[in-house]
Write a new protein. Structure first.
Length: 420
C-alpha cells in the first residue's frame, strides 16, 4: 500500500538537508590510532568504546564556529526546502537542552548552547522547515537502550522507552516550535505496539508532524528507503531517500570520496522522476565548520537548481518509460515534461511518447526549441528537438516541454508485454 502524507509541503519539497553532528565529530573517524571501519558516527559501537570513555568527549565539545543562521541560509542557497538535524543519535547524546537527562550539549559541554533551539529560530527566520532526527530504539549510553549487533537480551527496553525516549520526544515536540517531521531510525526489535505508541505521542502534540518510515513496523507516514538506495522504477506514494555526499554521515577526516555536482544532480533527477524526495547529508566538523568541499559542491548544485527549479519542485512520479536513454532523464508536473540532458548528443530524439507538444524551450534561458512530432519509418511515435546552436554537444541542461495532456503518455513497445 502506498504511503500518503497528505501534506503538500512534503510532496513538493523534493530536496532536503540532513545534518549529522555530535560528539563523534570530535573523533573524526579515529580512536586511539584505530580507524572506524566505515561510517564515523557509529565509531562508539564499531570500535567498542566504553561508555565512560566516550562520555569524556563532551568535555571537549566546544564548536565555536557553529552559526545556525549560516547553516540555514546555506541550506536555502543550496536549494533545500527542509532540514533534518540529529537531536539525538545512537550514542545517546542530546544536541539540545534536555531537562530529563543531563547528557546533553548544554549541561555536559563547555559550549553550553542549545543547538536545536538556535536552528529552530534560524529556520523560522528564513522560512525553512525543521525536522528532527531522534534515535528511538538505539541508545548506547543508556543501559536499557538497544545496541545493534550486540546482546540485548538482558535489557529492560521499556524502562529506557518510558524514562528517556518518550520524555525527550515530549520535550522536542513541546518546546521547539513547529516540528515538520520526526526522523526515527533503526527500530531493531521494537514491537508494533511500541512503534504505535511513539506515533501517537508525536501526533498528540503536533498532529501535522510527519513520522519517518523507520519508526518501525510500517507505521510511518511515508516510506524511507535504505541509505543511498533509489527505487529502480517509479513508486507512487510519498517516499524519501536518505543519502550521503561522501561515504559517511558524521564528519570523517579521511573520507574525501565526494560525489560531484553532476553526480548529485543526476541522483536528484532519478529520485524526483520516480516520485521521491532526496535528503542529502552533510557532516560538520567538531568546530561546527561545514567542510569546504561540501560547501563547494552544494553551492554549485544550488545554482543549477535555481535555473531549473520548475523541473524539480512540485514534480511527481512519471509512469515507466520503456527505453533506457543514456543521455536523458525525465521529470514532470501537470501539462509539462522536462527532458534533462545529462550526456552530450547530436540528436535529441525520443520514441514512444504520444502526447501533443504545444511549446518547447530551454528551461534556464527561455530560448525556444524547435520540434517535430512524427511517426518513424518503423511506425513509432517520435519527438525530435532542435536546440539552439549554443546547446548542441552540451550536457546538464533541460528542455521544458508543454503538453496538451495532463500527464506524459509513454507508449508500450510494440508486441511487448511488461509485467512491472
Amino acid at each position: 500500500m502506498k504511503k500518503d502524507t497528505r501534506q503538500t509541503w512534503f510532496k513538493e519539497a523534493k530536496y532536503g538537508l540532513f545534518i549529522h553532528w555530535g560528539l563523534y565529530s570530535i573523533l573524526a573517524g579515529s580512536y586511539n590510532g584505530r580507524q572506524a571501519p566505515n561510517i564515523s558516527e557509529w565509531i562508539m559501537n564499531h570500535l567498542d568504546i566504553p561508555v565512560m570513555e566516550y562520555e569524556k568527549l563532551a568535555e571537549k565539545f566546544n564548536p565555536t564556529h557553529f552559526n545556525a543562521d549560516e547553516y540555514v541560509k546555506k541550506a536555502k542557497a543550496w536549494g533545500m526546502k527542509y532540514i533534518v538535524f540529529t537531536a539525538k543519535h545512537h550514542d545517546g547524546f542530546a544536541m539540545y537542552h534536555s531537562q530529563c537527562n543531563p547528557y546533553n550539549v548544554v549541561d555536559a559541554t563547555p559550549f553550553r548552547r542549545d543547538i536545536v533551539r538556535e536552528l529552530q529560530l534560524a529556520c523560522e527566520k528564513h522560512d525553512v522547515r525543521l525536522g528532527l532526527y531522534y534515535s528511538h530504539a538505539q541508545d548506547w549510553h543508556d543501559p536499557d537502550g538497544y545496541v545493534a549487533e550486540k546482546d540485548n537480551s538482558k535489557k529492560n527496553f521499556n524502562n529506557y522507552l518510558e524514562h528517556k525516549c518518550i520524555p525527550q520526544l515530549r520535550e522536542l515536540l513541546t518546546s521547539y516550535g513547529t516540528i515538520s517531521l520526526i526522523w526515527f531510525d533503526t527500530p531493531l526489535m521494537m514491537t508494533r505496539k511500541e512503534s504505535d505508541k511513539l506515533v501517537r505521542l508525536v501526533k498528540s502534540y503536533q498532529p501535522d508532524c510527519l513520522v519517518s518510515g523507520r519508526v518501525g513496523n510500517n507505521r510511518g507516514d511515508y516510506l524511507t528507503t535504505g541509505d543511498n538506495f533509489i527505487p529502480l522504477l517509479p513508486y507512487k506514494g510519498d517516499w524519501e531517500v536518505p543519502a550521503t555526499l561522501n561515504d559517511t554521515w558524521g564528519y570523517k577526516k579521511g573520507d574525501q570520496n565526494w560525489k560531484s555536482t553532476d553526480d548529485i544532480w543526476t541522483l536528484l533527477l532519478k529520485i524526483n522522476g520516480r516520485g521521491g524526495n532526496y535528503l542529502l547529508n552533510i557532516g560538520p566538523d567538531a568546530e561546527g565548520r561545514i567542510p569546504e568541499e561540501t560547501d563547494r559542491i552544494l553551492t554549485e548544485m544550488g545554482k543549477r537548481i535555481q535555473v531549473n527549479s520548475d523541473a524539480v519542485y512540485g514534480t511527481h512520479a512519471l509512469d515507466t518509460y520503456h527505453y533506457d536513454l543514456d543521455w536523458a532523464l525525465f521529470t514532470t508536473k501537470s501539462h509539462k515534461v522536462f527532458i534533462h540532458v545529462v550526456k552530450p548528443v547530436q540528436r535529441y530524439s525520443i520514441h514512444n511518447v504520444a502526447n501533443h507538444i504545444e511549446h518547447a524551450s530551454i528551461l534556464e534561458s527561455g530560448e525556444e526549441v524547435r520540434f517535430h512530432q512524427r511517426k518513424t519509418c518503423e511506425g513509432n511515435t517520435d519527438w525530435e528537438f532542435f536546440v539552439p546552436n549554443t546547446y548542441i554537444g552540451k550536457n546538464y541542461f533541460t528542455i521544458a516541454v508543454d503538453i496538451k495532456e495532463e500527464e506524459p503518455i509513454f507508449e508500450p513497445l510494440e508486441n511487448w508485454e511488461f509485467e512491472l
